[in-house]
Design a protein around this ligand. Structure first.
Ligand code: HEM
Length: 158
C-alpha cells in the first residue's frame, strides 16, 4: 500500500491516527487485487492511517472533524469500504467515530477514552474502539457489533 512516494505528514499537525482493524488490513493485503488507497491528505504512520484535522470553522463544540479518505477494495470490486472524513462526536456522554460512506455518514465505532497525555503543545487522547451495529454492516456482517477494533489516537493543539 502507501509505499515510497506516499505523502509524509507533519506529526505536529493535529490529526486522528487509526489502524482500523489489523486483521482486516491483513486480509486486504492478502487478496491478489486488494488495494488500500489514501487521498486528500491522509498519510501512514506505522500500522496506522493518519487523517489531518479539518480547518473548518463551523465544527460543533462536541465534535472534532478530520479530512481525508481511505478506500479499501478487492474481490474484483465486490469488496469496497471507504473511510471518508472521520469525525469524533460526543453526544450524551457517548463518544462515536463517524465516517462518510457512499450512502451517507455512519457511526462505525463507539469509543472509550483510555489515556490523555501532553507534549510539544499537543494533547494526545487515546481511545479504545468497538464496532457498532451499523459498523458491522459496513463489513458485510463479518465482524459482529462489539468487535474490538484498533485503538485511536486524537492529537490536538492544547
Ligand atoms: C466476492 C466477494 C467476497 C469473497 C469471495 C470473500 C472472501 C473472503 C474470505 C475467503 C475470507 C476469509 C479470509 C481469511 O480468513 O483469511 C473473508 C474474510 C473477510 N471478508 Fe470477505 N469476501 C467477499 C466479500 C466481502 C465484502 C463485500 C466484505 C465487506 C467489507 C468483506 C469483508 C471481509 C472481512 C471483514 C473478513 C474478515 C477479515 C479478518 O479480519 O480476518 N468480504 N472474505
Amino acid at each position: 500500500m502507501m509505499g515510497n512516494g506516499a505523502p509524509v505528514g507533519d506529526p505536529f499537525q493535529p490529526h486522528l491516527e487509526w489502524g482500523l482493524k489489523a486483521s482486516f488490513v491483513g486480509y486486504i493485503s492478502s487478496l491478489a487485487d486488494g488495494r488500500i488507497e489514501a487521498s486528500n491528505g491522509v498519510w501512514q504512520a506505522g500500522n496506522s492511517l493518519v487523517f489531518p484535522a479539518s480547518p473548518a470553522a463551523d465544527v460543533p463544540d462536541n465534535e472534532v472533524w478530520f479530512n481525508g479518505q481511505v478506500s479499501f477494495s478487492g474481490h474484483g470490486g465486490m469488496m469496497k469500504l471507504d473511510l471518508i472524513e472521520p469525525r469524533v462526536e460526543n453526544h450524551d456522554e457517548t463518544i462515536t467515530l463517524t465516517i462518510g460512506t457512499a450512502t451517507g455518514r455512519v457511526a462505525i465505532a463507539e469509543l472509550t477514552e483510555t489515556a490523555v497525555s501532553r507534549a510539544f503543545g499537543l494533547v494526545k487522547t487515546r481511545f479504545s474502539a468497538v464496532l457498532t451495529e451499523s459498523g458491522s454492516q459496513l463489513f458485510n456482517g463479518q465482524y459482529p457489533a462489539g468487535q474490538q477494533l484498533e485503538d485511536l489516537e486524537v492529537v490536538l493543539r492544547g
